[in-house]
Design a protein around this ligand. Structure first.
Ligand code: FE2
Length: 357
């Protein structure tokens, strides 16, 4: 399918500043460029989204705070109190360029939604690897996520598409998106994630199935440690594909977080990039208008590899030809530990506890 790809130099610059993933956006973009993948895509240059667009979901005072915090007086009386109220502590520290980051990353996701809307008669794929901030809530930042571009994107898609399905294969529960649509019959949120006592964000047990009229339209698939490619495919066989068939979405949004990869510093899941590729292929095979967004992924070279693979998959480029990291990649030397090989499919020495049950 034809792919719309959200890109501008400024988008990469601001996304590079995200404190949890400093420099990741550059690495992802450089590898995608090195394989020439943008030649096959429609480039979507993101426009900074407006305060009004952010408030389509978020609380206005929260947004005003986020957009102005960098200019505010850190000695003012309520500074600490507001920081706590809006979640700008611990894993969401304020950083230089925060306002630009929020406006452009969300603008990029809205561009991706608009691309699917404009081409609704011919299903397309759109991609924003800087997006996927699935933990942010209506009035607070959380878990490296300042505002929830996914919720904004789904709301925009809903102006054209009646039913939207959200599928989240990031290691962590897609709690922010679920919270936004828990009462909706029009947006089905399905999240596959690691779930355990003390594991962030602590929500997403199998009994959480939506609220009120939305009961039955939230699907949670909690997993144990060591999730393997094989088990992920079984989850797709048994739950994901049947749910897509049953719900019959008019558009799909996928959070493609890579923190479940075997070499991610979390060390919780044991997926390979081909396992993630296969999962996303199964979603794309439904041939619905589909938006792919990023998410977690803290092993930056592997995240760059995986999202490059997914970009090739979506745009119909044969990635079997991708043998070595091209020397034109600005970060070429960071791949030396794997002898510059593109495809890395080694798994960790970690039992798949999901198979024993
Ligand atoms: Fe995550």
């Amino acid at each position: 399918m034809k792919v719309g790809y959200a890109y501008s130099q400024k988008l990469i610059e601001v996304a590079d500043k995200l404190p949890s993933n400093v420099g990741r956006a550059s690495r992802v973009q450089s590898l995608i460029n090195a394989f020439g993948l943008l030649d096959n895509c429609d480039l979507l240059e993101p426009v900074e989204c407006s305060k009004q667009e952010l408030c389509a979901y978020h609380d206005q005072e929260f947004i005003e705070y986020l957009l102005n915090v960098q200019n505010s007086d850190s000695y003012s009386e309520d500074y600490e109190e507001l920081k706590e109220l809006y979640g700008l502590q611990y894993d969401c520290p304020e950083f230089e360029g925060l306002a630009d980051y929020i406006k452009l990353v969300c603008g990029a996701t809205l561009s991706c939604a608009d691309y699917l809307i404009i081409n609704a008669d011919q299903p397309r794929v759109s991609i924003n690897w800087t997006g996927g901030r699935h933990h942010a809530k209506r009035a607070s930042s959380s878990g490296f996520c300042y505002v929830n571009d996914i919720v904004l994107g789904i709301l925009r898609l809903r102006t054209k598409f009646d039913r939207v399905m959200y599928i989240d294969i990031d290691l962590h529960h897609g709690d922010g998106v679920e919270a936004a649509f828990a009462r909706s019959q029009k947006v089905m949120c399905l999240s596959i994630h690691r779930y355990d006592k003390g594991f962030y964000p602590g929500t997403g047990n199998a009994e959480s199935v939506g609220k009120g009229n939305g009961e039955g339209y939230t699907v949670n698939i909690p997993t144990k440690r060591g999730l393997s490619d094989q088990t992920l495919q079984m989850i797709f066989d048994d739950i994901v594909e049947p749910r897509i068939n049953l719900f019959g979405p008019d558009a799909i949004v996928v959070c493609c977080g890579c923190d479940g990869l075997s070499r991610d510093q979390h060390g919780e899941w044991n997926l390979t990039m081909t396992g993630i590729e296969q999962a996303v292929k199964r979603i794309l095979d439904f041939k619905k208008p589909t938006m792919l967004v990023g998410g977690g992924g803290y092993h930056h070279p592997d995240t760059a590899r995986c999202w490059t693979l997914l970009t090739a998959l979506a745009s119909g480029v044969d990635s079997n030809e991708f043998k070595e990291i091209p020397e034109s990649d600005e970060f070429f030397e960071e791949y030396v530990t794997d002898a510059y090989q593109f495809l890395v499919t080694a798994t960790a020495n970690l039992d798949d506890e999901n198979r024993a049950s």
